[in-house]
Design a protein around this ligand. Structure first.
Ligand code: ADP
Ligand code: MG
Length: 691
């Protein structure tokens, strides 16, 4: 029997070219795909509920006879059909209906209908039920299994998807759909048989525990969850192997530059910075590409670590590229590196998306000509950017970049032969559970020590009805010689409106605090203007800085000990944590006021509560993950990295250690099973190992 993975959907009854095209849109190309296209949820149409036993909120199949059908004029005109079955009366309400429909619902018609029961003007009602008139006296049989509801796309009905899965299930057998998990492993992890799991999930018998299904805890789901997580793990391991199999330039430990750099720095690296620096230095001296993630909380001093790594490549005569996700952060790095490297006689080039025309051409020429240090945004990764001797790529704030982007880097290496080493730095601590699966291809270093002299920030959550009090607080702090930030958050994703709001706040605060020197900085200002304002603030000439979240990263003014964040409920926890990290850098006790706009949602309250309770980036990240889910947190929604079919990283986290062991075992003992698993579970673009 042919394997279902080899049978195209067009082999099914009723599937022509047009339908096949629609199916391809949801990733269904062959019969195996159809079987792994699993229902999102289920309806129970296996029994008929007497009208008298209906409860609001219930989805139910009801049978009865039409006692009357009238068009009624409420707030909206509707057709109201009263249905009786001897145990009670139920109303079916249609806001959209045709004359033919109305005629078909005459008094005395026997109906079976299905829908959600809700309390209405006439007692219990179902809006727009699915219904069918019963022929003769005999009522049609009810469904034999729970009814699956599949993920779908425009123009593809549930009924159609059910027909297709029905046909595919009919061809399901041990040879047509091999179980790639070895019997030994199935026994060890107590997994059920694959074919049974699929049959159960497409057509659950009437007694199936619906709650278990809804929670993803049913054995049939868990069997597939295990296989899916395992496959995901395998693909990351493959990716890792592919990358490691490449050659990278060997960079011997630097002899002179680091010492000169540190001598000019004005402070000594912390123990953690030295330790992580050594881990990196070792990797760079190896002939395979480094793939290392440095996690360190906001303010831990990752930039110094990046500079130490860069110096090793620079001393060996190679090029280094440093990429940041936003222009303001990239700018900050450009300024820092220019300042640090100038005394060492090393040139720094700049490239960002906004750089156009002649300036851009000049930058591209510089980079191609071999300018040793290059700083910029993701514009650095565009095809037109050619490096001469690129040996190390440093990516700041990894959580916004996907695996695909990391892969694209390979092509930037030397003569297409040597791949650059990769150093990835993130301030968003990756919860352990996620790190294990999303970053299985990276080694990790942890910068777990803050530079000396940092003080914990006291966080207050205050409603904006008390804004005046907060303004007074700013006055007092500044009078005592401190400096403060007033941060305006993003308005509905419009930078324009956000900048306007900052301007309004700036004017109000300047008026209210006439004796203070107040400055304004936002994303619409020219780089030179921003730099000038930042400089004044750094020198202490400005006491209060009104800003948009452009100050999220990279800004460092130890004397600033108070931060007000307007509408903090608009920001993610990681971003709030980043912002707050701008204070607490000096010796004075620091405060952060979260000035929210009431009323807060339940979720909003919980989130701000977390900010008040802890300054620990790891705790915040764990909570953020819990509240928002991993896709959003890692910014990988679009890349599809964490789009699982059945698995849910939070829910199934406890399986991960076993999954990791199983992946290793499978790779070692049954390597030939890896490819078929990848093919089964991952869409083509997701098969990292084969990109
Ligand atoms: P992050 O890890 O958030 O990127 P930065 O690299 O921006 O942190 O460093 C934050 C601030 O701490 C910078 O002003 C930096 O100069 C300073 N810093 C870094 N390392 C040390 C150190 N060992 N001692 C004192 N200050 C340090
Ligand atoms: Mg940083």
């Amino acid at each position: 029997m042919t394997e279902l993975a080899q049978v195209p959907v067009t082999a099914l009854k009723g599937v022509g070219e047009a339908l096949a095209e629609k199916l391809a849109r949801v990733g269904l190309e062959n019969l195996q795909d159809v079987l792994f296209h699993l229902p999102l949820r289920y309806q129970d149409r296996t029994r008929i509920t007497p009208i008298g036993a209906l409860r609001p909120g219930q989805d139910a199949v009801v049978e009865g006879v039409v006692a009357g059908a009238d068009v009624v004029m409420g707030r909206r005109r509707s057709l109201l059909v009263r249905l009786q079955d001897g145990s009670g009366t139920l109303s079916l309400r249609f806001f959209h209906f045709s004359q033919a429909q109305k005629d078909g619902l005459k008094r005395g018609t026997a109906l079976r209908c299905y829908g959600e029961v809700r309390p209405g003007a006439t007692g219990l009602e179902i809006y727009h039920p699915e219904y069918r008139a019963q022929q003769g006296d005999e009522s049609a049989p009810v469904e034999q299994t729970l009814t699956p509801i599949y993920p779908t796309t425009e123009g593809l009905t549930q009924q159609r998807l059910r027909q297709l899965s029905e046909q595919a299930l009919g061809r399901l057998g041990p040879h047509s759909l091999p179980d790639w998990l070895p019997a030994e492993m199935i026994a060890q992890y107590q997994l059920g048989p694959l074919a049974d799991a699929l049959r159960t999930l497409h057509r659950p018998p009437p007694n199936t525990d619906l709650d278990a299904l809804a929670e993803g805890q049913h054995w049939a789901q868990q069997r597939l969850v295990f296989e899916e997580l395992l496959t995901h793990q395998l693909s990351l391991q493959r990716l890792r192997e592919t990358l490691r199999a490449q050659r990278a330039p060997v960079l011997p430990p630097a002899q002179t530059l680091p010492a000169r750099f540190i001598a000019n720095l004005g402070f000594q690296p912390t123990g953690a910075q030295r330790r992580v620096g050594q881990e990196i230095a070792y990797d760079l001296s190896q002939p395979e590409p480094m793939l290392r993630l440095v996690q360190g909380d906001v303010g831990a001093g990752k930039t110094v670590v990046a500079a130490l790594a860069a110096l090793q490549a620079l001393e060996a005569g190679y090029q280094v590229a440093l990429m940041a996700p936003t222009e303001i952060l990239a700018e900050q790095h450009f300024l820092n590196f220019s300042r640090w490297l100038a005394p060492l006689g090393i040139e720094v080039a700049w490239l960002a998306g906004k750089l156009k025309g002649k300036a851009r051409a000049a930058a591209l020429e510089q980079i191609a000509g071999g300018t040793p240090m290059v700083v910029g945004t993701h514009a650095l990764f565009q095809d037109e950017v050619q490096f001469k001797r690129l040996a190390l790529v440093i990516i700041d704030e990894q959580h916004r970049f996907g695996v695909q982007q990391r892969l694209a880097l390979r092509n930037k290496g030397i003569d297409g032969r040597l791949s650059p080493h990769q150093l990835i730095m993130t301030a968003t601590p990756i919860p352990r559970t996620l790190a294990m699966s999303a970053y299985a291809d990276l080694d990790t270093s942890i910068l777990d020590e803050l530079p000396p002299g940092r003080t914990p920030v006291n966080t207050l959550v205050i409603a904006d009805s008390r804004r005046l009090e907060v303004v007074e607080r700013v006055r007092i702090a500044c009078r005592e010689g401190r400096q403060a930030y007033w941060v305006c958050t993003l308005i509905e994703e419009s930078e324009e409106l956000t900048c306007q709001a900052a301007e309004t706040s700036y004017e109000e605060l300047s008026a209210a605090l006439g004796e203070l020197r107040v400055g304004l900085i936002h994303g619409r200002m020219k780089p030179a203007e921003k730099a000038a304002v930042m400089d004044e603030f750094k020198r202490g000439e400005l006491q209060l800085l009104v800003a948009t979240t452009v100050i999220e990263v990279g800004v460092d003014v130890p004397n600033a000990s108070l931060m007000i964040i307007e509408n903090p409920e608009r920001l993610g926890l990681a971003q709030l944590h980043q912002l707050r990290g701008r204070v607490g850098r000096g010796s004075a006790a620091s405060h952060c006021v979260l000035l929210y706009h009431a009323p807060l949602s339940q979720l909003g309250r919980e989130r701000l509560g977390i900010m008040r309770e802890t300054c620990d980036g790891f705790v915040i990240a764990e909570k953020d993950l819990e509240l928002r889910g991993p896709g959003e947190m890692l910014g990988t929604r679009q890349t599809g990295l964490l789009q699982f079919k059945v698995a849910d990283l939070m829910r199934d986290a406890e399986l991960l250690p076993a999954v990791r062991d199983a992946a290793q075992e499978l790779l070692a003992r049954w390597p030939e099973r890896v490819s078929p698993l990848l093919q089964r579970w991952l869409r083509h673009g997701q098969q990292y190992g084969q990109v």
